[in-house]
Ligand binder design. Structure first.
Ligand code: BTN
Length: 279
């Protein structure tokens, strides 16, 4: 990094060329239509509006900057301009609302596989959807669904990946818990190549999920699950649960054997490693 105000990243801040991404895109279902925005409040909010208006499955929204990027559990997602990837996809899966969370787990597999092809560090998935490397968060997934009785009308799948985010531009609170591809590899990544690869991996995993069901996907997910067999605390709306994380069930719920020996199925919550085994 040189000493300029933004850490000397001007040359890596080339805008994403969505036409270029689309031109060589090898997909069956995703990316037939792109929306490229230089600034938006949230790509998920934009995609949701389009989905509610009847947009087709596979439409992709990419923004260079989000002014109100949304994270899980009402948190925000810090989204500075031209450094990272902020992307949302409209999906119309043939899944019941009870199984719609399989989309989150499928996309975590796709994202972990994409990350794996760009760096030599092994990515881990922290249930249900964080991509962690060396104990720090690299990427997050926020899925928002719209359902009607027993039908999933659409899912907006939102993904944020820290690509060329330098440590010095991260707020102090983030520096301890987050990382980026550039921090890990010491060199900037081509955001366009990353975006194209991610969309292709998402497409492949989505088609696999729809055509072959969740059990194979669950095995792939578990191969990235860093907390298997580890002691965890699960933060939920109710009292936290302490126990051992075992894996996921057929619907994508996390199975935890609590300290009383009872198997608990966790559908929503935050899983935190605790005790001597915590990283
Ligand atoms: C998390 O809390 O880990 C989920 C973060 C998801 C962030 C992405 S960035 C693109 C999309 N648009 C949003 O507003 N959020 C998601």
């Amino acid at each position: 990094m040189n000493g300029s105000a933004d850490g000397g990243l001007e040359e890596f801040r080339a805008p994403l060329q969505t036409r270029e991404i689309q031109r060589e895109l090898l997909t069956k279902r995703l990316g037939k239509k792109f929306h490229y925005l230089s600034e938006i409040d949230s790509t998920n909010a934009y995609a949701r509006e389009r989905a509610q208006g009847g947009a087709a499955e596979g439409e992709i929204v990419i923004a260079e900057e989000q002014t109100h990027g949304k994270g899980r559990a009402g948190r925000g997602w810090i989204s500075p301009p031209y450094l990272n990837l902020y992307l949302s996809v409209i999906l119309r899966p043939h899944l019941s609302p009870a199984n719609a969370s399989q989309i989150t787990l499928m996309s975590a597999v796709a994202l972990a596989e994409t990350v794996q092809s760009f760096i030599s560090y092994p990515p881990e998935i922290k249930w249900p959807n964080d991509i962690i490397i060396g104990g720090k968060k690299l990427a997050g997934i926020l899925t928002e669904s719209s359902c009607e009785s027993d039908k999933t009308l659409f899912v907006v799948l939102g993904i944020g990946v820290n690509l060329n985010f330098p440590l010095e531009l991260m707020p102090e609170s983030l520096q301890k818990i987050a990382t980026s591809i550039m921090i890990l590899t010491q060199k900037p990544v081509d955001r366009m190549l990353f975006a194209r690869r991610l969309i292709q991996d998402l497409d492949r995993c989505y088609v696999d999920l729809e055509e072959r069901g969740f059990s194979l996907m669950a095995k792939r997910w578990e191969s990235f699950f860093g907390l298997r067999g580890k002691r965890v605390r699960v933060e939920m709306l109710q009292e936290p649960i302490f126990g051992k994380a075992l894996g996921i069930d057929g619907a994508g719920a996390l199975i935890v054997e609590d300290d009383e020996g009872t198997m608990r199925k966790i559908i929503a919550g935050d899983v935190i490693p605790v005790g001597p085994e915590a990283q």
